[in-house]
Write a protein that binds this ligand. Structure first.
Ligand SMILES: *[C@@H]1O[C@H](CO)[C@@H](O)[C@H](O)[C@H]1NC(C)=O
Ligand SMILES: *[C@@H]1O[C@H](CO)[C@@H](O)[C@H](O)[C@H]1NC(C)=O
Length: 465
């Protein structure tokens, strides 16, 4: 198996920070020599604060996908260091368990971060096989409780962590493996029933009940971009699901909004672009509503980034105005929220921003939507972060050579810019609506350009400065 070095680049911008003192001028620096990650063999699967010191630590997955480790951020030494007691090697007998995802969370609500580990027996030869799951309960001093807790299996569509009933316990949403019939079975909730008196059990699988009018039929896609995120502006997280219709080869999404005690009800749905990859959620235009950033590559290998702007009622400009949000009361649901862009059924083309990547990615490369070296499906998402601190999220995209993962693969930083006439990606009405487009960052980006074997890229605030 290929050993992929993990490259970290630090962006130094804030003059008074520790980082800036280490790196006196603003710019991109390759810091992997000095932050203790040089010897990591494998990939970073998740971020989280393990020891409760308010600094982000990382969880790495071993190259053979059978072990994971924790690297803690050490503020004083300004480096990551392996927490030796927290490495887990999963036994491959009596049954193989190849890890395909790790989701940190507090599953027993004791204030300590735990890990939900998902895996399959043979994700390469039997990609649709049972998804086994187990929780390792975190224990700050010794790493993990040696006894993991087995969780009832799901189908290959990895369950989403969410809070079904607002009790602050982490539940899961997905298809239960037991008795699953494709196209027939509906969603289930792994309801968190943890109690210290029954320490070996966390979840109980029950049917998911949506309320109100039924939504459109949806078979969850694999991989999916399911998320628990506020989309109607009431400050309560809603359920976003991505669906795949194999007969039409069509990707779509459906949103169920959170009505607190009245459950989750269907709100909106729509198509995603052909060849859509992982959806990223971010407020791209700074209006307070979460938009969708969708990468897609068509059958000819032409890749683009689509931004689906979330339309919500505006802020009130006078006291008597209705259908608007008062500044003093921002968390009000907009029942009419919608996403403007629907590339195939374009109802509101005025807001359409489609950013073609042909002229932006390195020669011969195409957007990477999945990690080709991963056993199972590891979607590569677009990461957002405001690298220049102008209030608008910038994008980090990963590209590679189609069909050949030994050829160069790169990360490209795209800066958010206002839509302009010169920008082919913006229709005139998008310019009028002050939508955003992107421009490749080249100045000071040499350290990024030098990384030639990128499998994933993310923004991370080292030392939380
Ligand atoms: C949905 O309703 C059924 C029948 O009333 C119930 O058994 C099940 O627990 C409910 N699901 C959840 C997640 O509460
Ligand atoms: C939502 O749309 C309906 C129908 O167009 C309208 O009557 C209602 O006032 C709208 N609500 C808000 C909060 O904008």
């Amino acid at each position: 198996m290929r050993i992929v070095p993990f490259i970290v680049l630090a962006l130094s911008l804030v003059i008074e920070s520790t980082l800036a003192r280490k790196y006196p001028t603003s710019g991109l620096y390759n810091v992997d020599e000095n932050i203790g990650l040089k010897d990591v063999k494998g990939t970073v699967v998740a971020f989280g604060d393990f020891n409760g010191d308010k600094f982000t630590d990382i969880i790495t997955l071993g190259d053979d996908q059978t072990s994971f480790s924790i690297y803690l951020w050490d503020h004083v030494a300004w480096t990551f260091s392996l927490l030796p007691t927290a490495t887990v090697i999963i036994s491959q007998t009596p049954q193989p368990f190849i890890i395909t995802n790790i989701v940190p969370g507090d599953y027993n609500r004791d204030g300590k971060l735990d890990l939900l580990v998902m895996g399959q027996a043979d994700p390469v030869r039997n990609p649709d096989g049972e998804l086994m799951m187990r929780v390792y309960l975190g224990n700050i001093d010794s790493g993990w409780d040696p006894e993991f807790i087995t969780v009832p299996s799901s189908t290959v569509q990895q369950p989403l962590t969410f809070d079904y009933n607002g009790d602050m316990m982490t539940d899961l949403l997905g298809y239960a493996y037991e008795g699953y019939e494709a196209g027939v079975s509906t969603l289930s909730v792994w309801r968190n029933v943890y109690s210290p008196s029954v320490p070996g059990k966390i979840f109980e699988v029950v049917p998911m009940n949506f309320t109100g009018e039924p939504g459109p039929a949806c078979t969850l896609s694999d991989p999916h971009s399911n998320a628990f995120v506020d989309l109607n502006g009431d400050c309560l997280a809603d359920i976003f699901l991505t669906c795949y219709d194999a007969t039409k080869n069509q990707h779509s999404y459906v949103v169920y909004v959170n009505n607190k005690d009245s459950g989750f009800s269907f709100a909106v749905s729509g198509l995603l672009p052909a060849g859509a990859g992982q959806v990223t959620f971010a407020d791209m235009d700074g209006d307070g509503a979460v938009d969708l950033v969708v990468p897609a590559c068509d059958t000819r290998g032409q890749c683009s980034i689509y931004v689906y702007y979330n339309h919500q009622m505006p802020l009130c400009t006078s006291k008597d105005q209705s259908n608007c949000r008062q500044v003093s009361n921002l968390c009000v649901a907009d029942p009419n929220f919608s996403f403007s862009v629907d590339p195939d059924h374009n109802t509101s083309p005025g807001d359409l921003v489609r950013f073609p990547l042909n002229n932006v990615l390195p020669e011969g490369q195409q957007l990477l939507l999945a990690d080709p070296a991963f056993r199972g499906k590891m979607p590569v998402s677009i990461h957002v972060g405001d690298y220049n601190l102008d209030g608008y999220p910038d994008l980090l995209v990963v590209s590679g050579t189609p069909g050949n993962n030994k050829r160069p693969s790169s990360a490209t930083l795209l800066q958010s810019v206002l839509c302009a006439n010169s920008d082919d990606g913006c229709l005139p009405s998008a310019i009028a609506a002050k939508r955003r487009s992107f421009a490749k960052v080249t100045e000071g980006a040499d350290a990024l350009a030098q990384a030639q074997d990128v499998r994933a890229a993310a923004f991370l605030d080292l030392d939380e400065d």
